[in-house]
Ligand binder design. Structure first.
Ligand code: ADP
Ligand code: ZN
Length: 600
C-alpha cells in the first residue's frame, strides 16, 4: 500500500479512491500542479487533504466562505487531523497561536480566507513555514464572468511567483469552458494537469413538471416522499421565501426562510439549524447554497424556474452529496418565463450580454419541455456524452405522452397574428375559446375567423400549448408591451402548414405518483435500529456542538444496519470509519447495536 492509500484508509476510513481522485493525489504528492473539475459531491476535498497529509509541511487551503472553513475544520479534527483556520472571526491571540503552530510544524491543514492570505504579515509567515501545497477551493471565484466573483481571488496569481516549487491545486464544480479558461489564465495554471470528472450525479432523480397549484404540489411531494427529511426549496423572490416557509410551518414542517435581505444574525441562525439538526427545510433565494457542505440534503425543490441550466444544475447538485438517493424537483409555468424575461430586460449590461442570457434561459426552458431523458440532456449541455436513457429521471421512469398539436398550435399562432401581436396569453386564450368579453368586443376580435375555433380545448391545455410554444421559441413574450406575445421566425413554416409539431401531454402525468425512492436507511433496514443509531449520533453531536454528519454520514449508519458489526475490529471496517473515529465512537454505536432484541 502506498502512503496515499494508507492515509485514505487509516484517516478517512475509505477503501478506495474514486476516479480520478487517485491520479490527482499522485500528481500533487509528486509536486505537480492540478486543475480539478468535479461536480458537487464528487469528492474534491480528498484531492488536497490526502496530499497535504502525505507531503511534509502544512497544506494551505484558500476558501471563500468562513462558514465552510469551520465545517471542514470540525470534520477534519474528528478524523484526528490537525486542522485550523485563519480568518476574521479569530481575535489576535487566537491568530498568534495558529501562526506559532504553523511555524512549529504541528499543523496538517490551514484554511485561509483569500483577503487574509496576501496581508504582508501572512505572506511573511508562510515564507517561513514549510508548505505542503496550496489548494484553491471554489476556483471559479476568480472568474469575472461568473456570479461568484471575488476580487481577492485575482491576487492568487502571485502564489506561483512567491512560492515557486509549492504545488497548487485549483478545484471547482463549475464546468463550462469559458470559466475553465479564465481559471487557467488568471491563476497561471498553464502547466497544470487538468482533471475533468464525470458531472453525472446518478443518485439524484430529476423531475420537472407543469406548475398547476404549486403549494399543493409541493406539500404532496414533501408529505409523500420526504417526511422528516432535510431539503432546500428555492424561490425567486425574498417575500416568497418567507411566505412559503410560513405555510410549510403551518402545515407541520420545520421550515426556515433564507435570503440576503434577512439580517446577518437570522441568516446565520437559520443556516446553523439547517446544518446541525435533522429534518430542517430551508426556503431560500439563490443567496443560499454556496458553502453549504451538508451531505444529507435529501431534496432540492424549485418553485420557480432557474435562469440557466448552470444554476439549475448547481442548485440541484446540493442534494445527495452522500451518494444516497435524492430528488431534484421543479415546477414551472408560463408566468415564470415572463418574470425571468422581465428581470433580464431590466438588468443592465449591453445587448450582447442580454442576448447571451436569453439563450441561456432558452436552454433551461428546453430542458423543461423535452420528452427524452433529462440527465442525458443535462450532461450533453455540459459537453459530456452519456447513455440515451438514465432510468432515474421522470421521463425515463414514466415516458411522457405526446400529442399531435399541429392544428392547435396553428390556431394559437394565427390568433397571435390576427390580433396584431399585441396581446397576452390570457386574452388570446379567451379569443380562441370564444369567450364573451367587453375587451374582445371593443377590439372587434369576436369577428375574427379564429374567434372560438379552439373551444374544444380547456384553458389549462391552451396554457400548456402557449407555454411550450414559447419554450420552444415559436413565440416570444415581449416585455416592453405588458406581456404581448409575438411570433418568432420559426413559427412561419408551422403557420403555413409546412411542418407539424408534437407537444407533451401533461394532465395525466402530473397526477401519477412515482415509486418512492428507497429511504436513506435503505430497504430492508431495521427502522428501529436506524432511528436508535441516529439518536446516538445526535447525542454525540450535541455534546460536541457539531453537526451530526461530522460524527458519521448516513451512509456509515446504513452500513452499520446492514453489517451489524460485533466488535471494534468489525466496526473499523465500515466505510467512513478511520482509526480515530473507531477509537472514539465504536463503543457507543456497538452498544446501540447490541441492545437491539433482534441482534446478537
Ligand atoms: P465535493 O467537495 O466535491 O462536493 P466532498 O469532498 O464533500 O465533495 O465529498 C463528497 C462525499 O463523498 C463526502 O461524503 C465524502 O466523504 C465522500 N467521498 C469522497 N471520496 C470518497 C472515496 N474515495 N470513498 C468514499 N467516499 C468518498
Ligand atoms: Zn433519464
Amino acid at each position: 500500500m502506498n502512503d496515499a492509500a494508507r492515509v485514505l484508509q487509516d484517516v478517512f476510513g475509505h477503501k478506495a479512491f474514486r476516479s480520478p481522485q487517485e491520479e490527482i493525489v499522485a500528481t500533487v504528492v509528486g509536486g505537480g500542479d492540478a486543475l480539478v473539475l468535479m461536480p458537487t459531491g464528487g469528492g474534491k476535498s480528498l484531492c488536497y487533504q490526502v496530499p497535504a497529509l502525505v507531503r511534509p509541511g502544512c497544506g494551505i487551503v484558500v476558501s471563500p466562505l468562513i462558514a465552510l472553513m469551520q465545517n471542514q475544520v470540525e470534520a477534519l479534527r474528528q478524523l484526528g487531523v490537525r486542522a485550523s483556520f485563519l480568518n476574521s472571526t479569530l481575535d489576535a491571540l487566537g491568530a498568534r497561536a495558529i501562526e506559532a503552530a504553523l511555524l512549529a510544524g504541528t499543523l496538517d491543514l490551514l484554511y485561509v480566507a483569500p483577503e487574509r492570505l496576501f496581508q504582508p504579515r501572512t505572506v511573511e509567515l508562510l515564507q517561513r513555514a514549510q508548505i505542503a501545497l496550496f489548494a484553491i477551493d471554489e476556483a471559479h471565484c476568480v472568474s469575472q464572468w461568473g456570479h461568484d466573483f471575488r476580487a481577492d481571488y485575482l491576487q492568487l496569481e502571485r502564489l506561483h511567483r512567491e512560492f515557486p516549487g509549492v504545488p497548487r491545486i485549483a478545484l471547482t464544480a463549475t464546468a463550462d469552458q469559458r470559466t475553465r479558461a479564465e481559471i487557467v489564465s488568471r491563476l497561471d495554471l498553464g502547466a497544470a494537469r487538468h482533471f475533468v470528472a464525470s458531472f453525472d450525479r446518478p443518485n439524484i432523480r430529476y423531475r420537472i413538471g407543469p406548475k398547476t397549484s404549486p403549494q399543493a404540489q409541493l406539500l404532496r411531494f414533501l408529505r409523500e416522499e420526504h417526511a422528516g427529511d432535510s431539503g432546500i426549496v428555492y424561490c425567486l423572490s425574498r417575500n416568497k421565501t418567507e411566505d412559503v416557509a410560513r405555510w410549510l410551518v403551518a402545515s407541520g414542517f420545520d421550515a426556515l426562510p433564507y435570503h440576503a435581505g434577512l439580517d446577518a444574525a437570522t441568516r446565520a441562525a437559520n443556516q446553523a439549524r439547517f446544518l446541525r439538526e435533522d429534518g430542517v427545510i430551508v426556503v431560500a433565494t439563490i443567496a443560499f447554497g454556496m458553502g453549504i457542505d451538508k451531505p444529507d440534503v435529501r431534496f432540492v425543490a424549485h418553485l420557480d424556474l432557474p435562469k440557466t441550466v448552470e444554476s439549475y444544475y448547481q442548485e440541484t447538485g446540493r442534494a445527495g452529496r452522500d451518494g444516497l438517493p435524492a430528488d431534484a424537483w421543479l415546477v414551472h409555468g408560463l408566468q415564470d418565463v415572463i418574470k425571468l424575461r422581465q428581470m433580464l430586460d431590466a438588468s443592465d449590461g449591453d445587448e450582447a450580454h442580454r442576448r447571451a442570457e436569453q439563450q441561456r434561459l432558452n436552454a433551461m426552458l428546453g430542458l423543461c419541455e423535452i420528452t427524452t431523458c433529462r440527465r442525458h440532456a443535462l450532461l450533453h449541455y455540459f459537453g459530456e456524452e452519456s447513455p440515451e436513457r438514465c432510468g432515474n429521471c421522470d421521463n425515463c421512469l414514466e415516458p411522457p405522452q405526446t400529442w399531435d398539436a399541429t392544428e392547435s398550435a396553428r390556431m394559437a399562432l394565427s390568433a397571435v397574428l390576427r390580433t396584431g401581436q399585441r396581446y397576452g396569453v390570457n386574452y388570446l386564450i379567451d379569443v380562441l375559446r370564444g369567450s364573451s368579453g367587453e375587451r374582445i368586443a371593443t377590439a372587434g376580435h369576436d369577428r375574427l375567423p379564429t374567434f372560438g375555433v379552439g373551444a374544444a380545448l380547456d384553458v389549462t391545455t391552451w396554457r400548456s400549448v402557449f407555454r411550450q410554444l414559447v419554450a420552444r421559441a415559436y413565440l416570444r413574450v415581449d416585455m416592453g408591451d405588458y406581456g404581448a406575445v409575438r411570433l418568432e421566425e420559426k413559427a412561419r413554416p408551422l403557420l403555413r402548414g409546412d411542418t407539424g409539431i408534437e407537444l407533451r401531454r401533461e394532465e395525466k402525468r402530473s397526477r401519477t405518483r412515482r415509486a418512492a425512492a428507497p429511504a436513506p436507511g435503505g430497504s430492508g433496514v431495521d427502522s428501529v435500529l436506524w432511528d436508535a443509531l441516529r439518536a446516538c449520533r445526535s447525542a454525540l453531536a450535541a455534546e460536541q456542538n457539531v453537526p451530526p454528519y461530522v460524527i458519521f454520514h448516513d451512509s456509515t449508519l446504513r452500513e452499520m444496519c446492514e453489517r451489524l458489526p460485533r466488535d471494534e475490529a468489525e466496526f473499523g471496517q465500515l466505510g467512513g470509519v478511520g482509526e480515530r473515529k473507531r477509537e472514539r465512537y465504536a463503543a457507543a454505536f456497538l452498544a446501540v447495536i447490541r441492545s437491539m432484541p433482534s441482534v446478537g
